[in-house]
Design a protein around this ligand. Structure first.
Ligand SMILES: [Zn+2]
Length: 435
């Protein structure tokens, strides 16, 4: 009798143990979480924002602990228990502002999952990173002396630093012109005064930040030269509307009146195209691909200038007002168009008001634009030589007659092209600063 009872108990015990074992087998998964910590560079400051990213497919994440240790004294930065079932985690943290000294620091990140493995302590991942704390901003020295810059024109500042920079450049009002390394320890930055800037109120700053995130901003000698730009009135004729608006119907299928399409194209599409050029300004290489002055379309007459302000008249009414941001050059119809200088083709297609357009990148943010072409002879990605024929003049896009609209850009901002055709200007403002 008693042996029967005890064997029944033993059976129940076996079943319970089996069930517990199975439960432990399920809950005690052995796969540790995946954990990464960014950024990975070895120099940091209290401005550095770290991100811990962790994931656990099995039991889920349980705890996150971040400590920083200097001279053997650990400081807790994050200590978190995560809600049950947390599969993913992205947590940002920075070093404490107080109590951290410049010098070596050990950063330790520990993530545990909710597994029953290791008698309920879970799977554990430790990341230890030895970094150097640097809270000292870079020291910038301006090497170029004169920065006499025309309104709407280009300037060049050359500077050196005492440590590697993560980013630098010139802040001019709302515009930022990136600088680039060009020799060991030396940087250069092409910048511009926007044609519509209030020159009296402009105080450009040369800003730089090191890899640890320490930032410095300094002024530099700067002499803006105020320029007056022309004002023009342009008559939008029925003939122009009939012959030109067909290209743009695709963008505004709801509009039936050619004048309504014109107003949309001239304002909205123009602004969109200008924004695209600003973006393209970042598609540049940290090299000077060009040399010498830029080539102006041979045997051509100027028809319109940079920053001409235009009021558009239709049937005696002012319908729009815009600023022309290039130089119009007229030669014979379908005249061959030479590349102003050596560069990379970064755009070669139909683009809104510019029609068939080629944009060349000459490096360090300097770019040139050839618009209203009847033919394009180059492809994106190709390198072209100074003077190489890249297409033929035409009247595609918003052009009344066959001409070349030539533009120059500095980090995507359209600037006065005349300077770039001038050997003396280039020598005084660019090449002499780089020697
Ligand atoms: Zn033009």
């Amino acid at each position: 009798m008693s042996s029967r009872i005890s064997s029944a108990f033993f059976l129940v015990f076996l079943l319970l143990a089996g069930a517990l074992g199975a439960l432990y087998y399920v809950k005690a998964e052995w796969t540790p979480p995946t954990v990464s910590v960014t950024p990975e560079h070895p120099t940091v400051s209290s401005r550095t924002v770290f991100t811990v990213t962790a994931a656990d497919e099995g039991a889920g994440l349980r705890t996150l602990l971040v400590t920083a240790t200097q001279n053997g004294a650990p400081v807790e930065i994050v200590n978190k228990t995560l809600p049950e079932g947390t599969r993913e985690l992205s947590e940002q943290f920075s070093l404490p502002k107080a109590g951290i000294k410049n010098g070596p620091l050990s950063l330790s990140v520990t993530v545990k999952d909710a597994s029953w493995h290791r008698l309920g302590r879970g799977n554990r991942v430790d990341i230890v990173r030895d970094v150097t704390v640097d809270s000292k901003p870079p020291v910038i020295s301006v090497l170029s002396g004169q920065h006499n810059v025309n309104q709407g024109g280009t300037g060049l500042v050359v500077y050196s630093t005492d440590e590697e920079l993560a980013q630098s450049g010139v802040r001019m009002g709302e515009h930022f012109f990136p600088g680039y390394p060009y020799q060991p320890g030396k940087y250069l930055c092409f910048f511009a005064i926007p044609y519509d800037a209030d020159t009296a109120a402009l105080t450009p700053a040369l800003v730089a930040s090191d890899v640890a995130g320490n930032e410095v901003s300094i002024g530099f000698f700067f002499n803006p030269r105020v320029k007056k730009f022309k004002h023009d009135s342009i008559n939008v004729s029925e003939n122009f509307l009939q012959s030109k608006m067909g290209q743009f119907v695709q963008y505004y299928p709801d509009l039936t009146q050619p004048i309504d399409i014109f107003i949309k194209v001239n304002s909205e599409l123009r602004a969109k195209n200008v924004a695209t050029l600003l973006q393209l300004g970042r598609d540049t290489v940290p090299q000077m691909l060009w040399s010498g002055s830029f080539i102006r379309l041979p045997n051509s007459a100027p028809m319109a200038g940079f920053a001409d302000n235009r009021t558009y008249m239709h049937q005696g009414q002012a319908v729009d007002n815009q600023t022309h941001l290039g130089v119009d050059l007229a030669s014979l119809a379908t005249a061959p168009v030479p590349a102003g200088n050596t560069g990379r083709v970064i755009l070669a297609e139909f683009m809104g008001i510019y029609g068939n357009v080629v944009v060349l990148d000459h490096g360090f943010g300097v770019q040139s634009l050839y618009s209203h072409l009847s033919e394009i002879h180059v492809h994106k990605g190709e390198t072209v030589q100074r003077g190489q024929i890249i297409g033929k003049t035409g009247a595609t896009g918003m052009a009344g007659g066959d001409h070349l609209h030539f533009g120059m850009l500095v980090s995507g901002l359209q600037v006065q092209p005349i300077e770039w055709w001038d050997d003396h200007w280039i020598k005084d403002n660019i090449t002499s600063k780089l020697q």
